[in-house]
Design a protein around this ligand. Structure first.
Ligand SMILES: [Ca+2]
Ligand SMILES: [Ca+2]
Ligand SMILES: [Ca+2]
Length: 685
């Protein structure tokens, strides 16, 4: 009660504050906005007096001004919330206005045509719409001559109080149970005589069979739970529309005190579950306690002895959590048609209530991000919209994909050693903010793939972070702070990533609030043995030199050497499908003395820095590959067909002998002068 006394004082203080600081109004004060949701319930007495009552309502209104609309220069009738204004009208048609006044004087209003007639209503027309998604919802509106309002009876409860609607107004009603109901609408005016009509509405039972995935959203599917062990289950409106489950409806299992340790519930599916490819169940659960065993079981439709069950333990209370159930060891010779779920298995009931949703059978994916990815060169793979999955603001269509061919060949390379590379080739799509003209052009620093970059992939969180200024996926401008150039160039970007299948990922970044850039990436595939992204095998002996092929007795980089030269072992040799070749060095490489370095990691030195354009030709019958382009090389920059730099001129091309050990391993040899064989073992990413 003490608190209540203070409220008016606080309101006055707030008003003074606002009044004294016109230039500095704080809109943080509640109630400073105008009232909303202004409405009014009208009623009329049927005694030929023309007495109409108006009960207004609104959110955040402190009073209402009523204008009945039947006199000129009318003074408002002021009433407080919850009160009813009464007024006697002569026969006629008027427009009544209801003005809701907020605490700060801001107003909102609502008008309603009021027909006052002592004649019995005529030409009553009732419109009854049944919702197409949820057939249990009906909407009723009505019109009639000489009617002030309509009483609507939906016919599903005893002693029903009618719902009053005005002409043009629609009322919605949800029936609890299937059945035939008589909807009765009574048109009323100011006189005693009424006119009425009835319509039959049939609410059909939900009879469609249950299929996977089970999301409980359908109003036509019969989620007919069979519960046991004293548990009960039903579909309810989602009481916790949070985080990973903002859907409308969920399954609910109640395990009352006294329920068996094995209490649970099941749904029978339309058909046996297809376990031929997908063997991983995911279920979203919401439990009042953590550390409970959730058991998911599948069972034969008729033989309860045929079943398979998997346990999972939840890790958090009172939050939605997606649990995984690995069914990969299931005997696929049997048929399973029931999905059974148990909560807190092994523990007797304690009145806990559990929610579950999105029972989905999916793939047991290895979910390896390692490898070479590119934007799927198809309509819709690049887009932006107000929500994940929604690219309604922009989606690159077929013509756009064709126009941006220089961009759709860009590669995103995730090396097993944690190195990330943007491999752009000579050109990519350069937007205006980069100084380009929304056209193909030379990559612009720092978004040219030349900086050191790494990545971290958190499979559980579904996030992928690329670290390094200029490293990106999809569009360089879209980062976690917003879009360039409106925000600073970030040093890392975190994307939400989900595997659609082992070779397709969805990558999303919310670049500023409510702006979701979305990319669908696919694994790069190759049509010739040499195409792809290669690197030196990071293992002893993969780099060496000797007097003959296969002999690296003069020098072979051992384990310590491999570790010392990590900046070199992540260098990439990119053989693109279009015949271009790239040295992608990821910021640093091993720089030898002849280059001005100190036999240590350092910034690449031109022309051996990957900056010059280069091409390659692969002669399968000869077993050779020729790299053409000054500064382009495989293995060691110094070793070429004439000898070793700096003793010979920088060549315009180098031819290497190559041998494939398997599709992902090749040996590359160059005789650098007579009898000096530099040898490299390369692996494909
Ligand atoms: Ca749902
Ligand atoms: Ca490109
Ligand atoms: Ca490197």
């Amino acid at each position: 009660m003490r608190l209540l006394k203070f409220i008016p004082i606080l309101t006055i203080l707030a008003s003074i504050f606002v009044g004294c600081n016109d230039d500095d109004i704080s809109y943080a004060f509640e109630g400073i906005s105008a009232p909303t949701d202004v409405n009014a319930v009208f009623d009329i007495t049927q005694d030929d007096t023309g007495l109409v009552s108006i009960t207004p309502s609104a959110t955040s209104a402190s009073s209402f001004e009523i204008y009945f609309g039947d006199t000129d220069n009318e003074e408002a009738t002021v009433i407080s919330p919850g009160s009813t204004a009464e007024h006697i009208y002569q026969e006629g048609t008027y427009t009544a206005r209801v003005v809701a006044v907020g605490a700060t004087g801001l107003t909102s209003e609502f008008s309603q045509v009021v027909v006052v007639s002592f004649r019995a209503p005529e030409n009553l027309v009732v419109t009854l719409d049944q919702d197409t998604v949820n057939p249990a919802i009906v909407r009723v509106s009505a019109s009639a001559d000489f009617a002030t309002l309509f009483d609507v009876y939906f016919g599903d409860v005893e002693n029903e109080e009618p719902t009053i609607i005005m002409p043009g107004e629609t009322v919605e009603h949800t029936y609890e149970n299937p059945g035939d109901y008589t909807v009765r609408v009574v048109a009323r005016g100011a006189g005693a005589a009424t006119t009425e009509t009835t319509q039959l509405v049939t609410i059909t039972a939900a009879t469609d069979p249950v299929t996977l995935p089970i999301d409980f959203e359908s109003f036509t599917i019969n989620y007919g739970f069979t519960s046991f062990g004293n548990a009960t289950a039903q579909v309810i409106d989602n009481p916790n529309q949070l985080d990973i489950n903002t859907s409308a409806r969920v399954g609910q299992l109640t395990k009352p005190t006294g329920a068996e340790v094995w209490a649970g519930t099941f749904l029978q599916l339309e058909n046996p579950i297809d376990f031929s490819t997908n063997k991983l169940f995911r279920v979203k659960v919401f439990a009042p306690k953590s550390g409970i065993t959730v058991k998911l079981k599948v069972e034969n439709a008729t033989d309860a002895n045929i079943g398979y069950e998997v346990d999972a333990v939840n890790t958090i209370a009172n939050e939605w959590e997606e649990l995984e159930f690995d069914f990969s060891a299931i005997d696929t010779n049997n048929e399973y048609q029931k999905v059974v779920i148990f909560f807190d298995f092994g523990v007797a009931g304690d009145d806990s209530v559990y929610l579950f949703d999105d029972v989905t059978l999916t793939t047991n994916m290895t979910a390896s991000i390692e490898g070479v990815w590119k934007l799927a060169p198809e309509a819709g793979a690049l887009g932006v919209g107000p929500a994940p999955g929604d690219t309604s603001w922009f989606a690159c269509d077929d013509a756009c994909v064709a126009e941006r061919a220089c961009y759709y060949d860009d590669l995103y390379v995730f090396d097993i050693d944690g190195t990330f590379s943007n491999v752009l080739g000579d050109q990519t799509w350069i937007e205006g903010w980069q100084g380009g003209s929304d056209a193909c052009g030379t990559p612009v620093a720092p978004y040219d793939g030349n900086n050191v970059a790494t990545y971290t992939y958190d499979q559980a969180a579904g996030t992928l972070t690329v670290n390094g200024t200029g490293a990106y996926i999809g569009l360089p401008k879209a980062n976690n702070q917003g879009e360039l150039p409106n925000v600073a160039v970030p040093s890392s970007i975190t994307y939400n990533i989900s595997f659609i299948d082992n070779n397709t990922i969805s990558v999303i970044v919310e670049s500023g609030a409510g702006v979701f850039w979305q990319y669908r990436l696919i694994r790069e595939t190759y049509s010739t043995p040499i195409e792809g992204v290669w690197k030196l095998a990071p293992e002893a002996g993969a780099l060496g030199v000797g007097p003959a092929p296969g002999d690296t007795s003069w020098f072979a980089c051992d384990d310590a050497c491999v570790a010392e030269r990590a900046c070199y072992y992540n260098d990439l040799y990119v053989f693109s499908a279009d015949g271009t070749f790239s040295n992608v060095l990821n910021g640093e490489s091993w720089i030898e003395g002849w280059q001005g370095g100190s036999d240590a990691c350092g910034t690449p030195v031109t022309p051996h820095d990957g900056s010059n354009p280069a091409t390659y030709t692969y002669d399968q019958s000869a077993g050779t590959v020729t790299i053409t382009g000054t500064g382009a090389y495989i293995g060691l920059a110094k070793a070429n067909n004439q000898g070793e730099l700096p003793n010979v001129a920088v060549p315009g091309a180098i031819t290497y002998d190559i041998t494939f050990h398997d599709v992902n391993t090749m040996s590359v040899i160059v005789e650098a002068g007579s009898g000096v064989f530099w040898q490299y073992r390369l692996i494909r990413l």
